[in-house]
Design a protein around this ligand. Structure first.
Ligand code: PMP
Length: 374
């Protein structure tokens, strides 16, 4: 590859890599339909409409005491303490990360090499594939059925000597479904490779593999404050694993990837996480209302969800047209143009009730129009 006048060798895997599809900016989206950026409501990233104002205000009041001229404590001892109390594991079972995505990268860097196979049910969170392929691995998708039920038996029997990692997203993005813990245990006990369980949406579902990390040495859990805590902007996530695995993962994690301000906010939020329950209850209420509204539409399939989003499939009409109709009202939802299994599907983040009402109205009218066209 030539940059200016310099010829640069680029790793072969990067030439072929289909990168993560970055979300377009508010400005870009607004310009498509003649709106202002401040009229755009993001219902495509599964972030929260709420954030803990009390936590932020309290950190702001003492911000002058935060030593911005110094690096963070690289062992993140204090943050690990708060995470360990919250997650019910020991502090030596915790690695704080710059969002769950960095946690995923740390795990693939530790375990996945060129020529390896990495397995995951399909469809699932697309960054699993990207992170694995950057390591030079072949990413193997184990297709779910047409109701998005995961084929655990197929996943287990596909594991071979070439397999170096299995990903499981529980509850799963983008389908919203969760696996019972006995199925997670079945996988961990049947394979001899690391199993990374992504629990980014844990708080919405309430069941976790975290208590199993000592029982299954190959189990690693990754979580985040981006979703239920309403803190996507501070980029804090964490890995939970056995002490032995934590020691290994610490060898590859970057030394100072968490900012001191973000650490201070995360610690304050984790010290008194009662607000998370209130946020989750509000979101679950809106989700159940929207689920019922959408489930009553004949030519629309809505998948039950234990997360802060709903996946829908249009049985009439075209998801791209509906996406544009919603965008004209300022509402951005997630589409899946290139995935045949998610054909005509949209993923809607649960936001405020007033936006859920508009979503329900626009979708109802769109489907009525589409049914009328037959
Ligand atoms: N895992 C899953 C399943 C997700 O949906 C997301 C959010 N896109 C992430 C990880 C990334 O989370 P974070 O903001 O903590 O990097």
């Amino acid at each position: 590859m030539v940059f200016g006048s310099i010829r640069v060798l680029v790793r072969e895997v990067l030439r072929r890599l289909e990168p993560y599809a970055f979300e377009p900016s508010d400005r870009e989206l607004a310009s498509l339909v003649g709106l202002r950026p401040d009229q755009i409501v993001r219902l495509d990233t599964n972030a929260s409409p709420y954030y803990p104002k009390g936590v932020i205000n309290s950190v702001c009041r003492s911000v002058s005491k935060i030593r911005l001229n110094h690096y963070p404590d690289t062992s993140y001892a204090s943050l690990r303490h708060y995470i360990s109390c919250y997650a019910g594991v020991g502090p030596d079972n915790v690695i704080p990360t710059n969002g769950a995505d960095e946690g995923i990268d740390i795990v693939t860097r530790a375990f996945v090499e060129k020529g390896d196979e990495v397995l995951a049910p399909h469809p699932t969170y697309s960054y699993f594939r990207v992170s694995s392929e950057i390591q030079g691995a072949e990413f193997i998708r184990i297709d779910s059925d047409d109701k998005f039920r995961i084929d655990i038996g197929a996943l287990i029997s596909r594991a071979s000597e070439r397999t170096s990692l299995i990903f499981l997203c529980n509850p799963n993005n983008p389908t919203g479904q969760s696996l019972p813990m006995r199925e997670v245990e079945r996988i961990c006990s049947s394979v001899e490779v690391p199993v990374l369980v992504d629990e980014a949406y844990y708080e919405y579902c309430g069941t976790s593999a975290a208590p199993l990390i000592e029982k299954y040495q190959n189990l690693i859990v990754v979580r985040t404050l981006s979703k239920a805590f309403g803190l996507a902007g501070i980029r804090i996530g964490y890995l939970l694993a056995s002490e032995e695995t934590v020691d290994l993962l610490n060898k590859v994690r970057p030394p100072n990837s968490l900012g001191v301000l973000n650490i201070a906010i995360a610690e304050r939020a984790l010290r008194d996480p009662q607000f998370v329950k209130r946020f989750v209850e509000r979101i679950a209420g809106v989700r159940e209302w929207l689920y019922r509204e959408l489930a009553s539409i004949k030519s629309l399939e809505v998948f039950p969800s234990r997360t802060n989003f709903l996946l829908v499939r249009l049985l009439k009409g075209d998801s791209q047209d509906l996406w544009t109709r919603l965008l004209k009202r300022g509402l951005v939802v997630r589409r899946f143009a290139s995935d045949p299994m998610l054909r005509n599907c949209l993923r809607i983040t649960i936001g405020e009730m007033k936006h859920a009402r508009v979503i329900a109205n626009v979708i109802t009218r769109y489907i009525e129009d589409a049914e009328g066209e037959v």
